[in-house]
Write a protein that binds this ligand. Structure first.
Ligand code: ZN
Ligand code: ZN
Ligand code: ZN
Length: 256
């Protein structure tokens, strides 16, 4: 399995517009965070989880060769607004690309991107996508994908567990509360990636302390925190984490 952290920042990114705090003004490149998204290569498949408003820049920066499937966690703007740029991969691959999400997220995607279907329309350059609503484990080639419901404020959204050839990855970018069932679903994964917005409480996200406590319960071999806001300096935050937990950063590549 290979995972590329395409973006690791909260919805506004880091730095945020018009802010000159020590993190936003920092010269440490680890403190520059595009919106949160992951590119996963496993079993010969290339999967994007969420298409952020920065998707085009992310695809260019990492020279992403192809997209075999898109999995969406939820339909907040910071997770879907780059979806239109998937159309380049329709052209490169000359094929329709599947997208997977909960029914609720699909309804919102189809409302926002109401021009997207499987059809080629003469004179227009549009993505060609098949949409599949998921609430049970499914396969993308050899990769088993397990959707896992988590609370994100008042919304129930999806995290994903990916299993392929004895390797596993858990991914939950936005979360405020995780049930025992969700913790169980991720337990024992090789790598776990989890929301940690900031130190102070937030209605729809985990704090750093919440996240560390959950990651201890999940007990992955290695864990990474993601979706950080400008309250968290990369180096200072890393110093607070237990040995198996790490602060992610844009462009981080894991291979195992
Ligand atoms: Zn988000
Ligand atoms: Zn700032
Ligand atoms: Zn969200």
């Amino acid at each position: 399995m290979k995972a590329i952290f395409l973006g690791t920042g909260t919805s506004a990114g880091v730095p945020i517009i018009g802010c000159y705090c020590p993190v936003c003004a920092s010269h440490d490149p680890h403190n520059r965070r595009l919106r949160t998204s992951l590119y996963l290569e496993a079993g010969g498949k290339h999967i994007v989880v969420d298409t952020t408003p920065d998707f085009r820049e992310q695809a260019l920066a990492h020279r992403l060769p192809r997209v075999d499937a898109v999995c969406f966690t939820h339909a907040h703007a910071d997770h879907i607004f780059g979806f239109d740029d998937i159309r380049r991969y329709n052209t490169i691959q000359d094929e329709i690309i599947p997208a997977y999400a909960s029914q609720d997220t699909l309804d919102n995607l189809l409302r926002v991107f109401n021009y997207i279907s499987t059809e080629r329309v003469a004179g227009f350059y549009r993505p060609r996508i098949t949409f599949t609503a998921i609430d049970q484990p499914f396969d993308i080639g050899e990769v088993r994908v397990t959707p896992v419901e988590v609370q994100h404020g008042h919304n129930t959204i999806l995290g994903f567990r990916f299993d392929s050839d004895g390797r596993s990855l858990g991914y939950v970018p936005d979360c405020s509360v995780m049930t025992e069932a969700a913790i169980d679903a991720f337990r024992g994964s090789d790598v776990m990636i989890l929301d940690a917005l900031r130190l102070r409480p937030h209605l729809t996200h985990l704090t750093l302390d919440d996240s560390v406590a959950l990651l201890k319960q999940i007990g992955a071999t290695t864990s990474y925190i993601i979706h950080l806001c400008h309250d968290l300096d990369h180096v200072e935050t890393q110093a607070k984490l237990p040995e198996t937990m790490h602060v992610s950063y844009d462009g981080l590549v894991l291979e195992w």
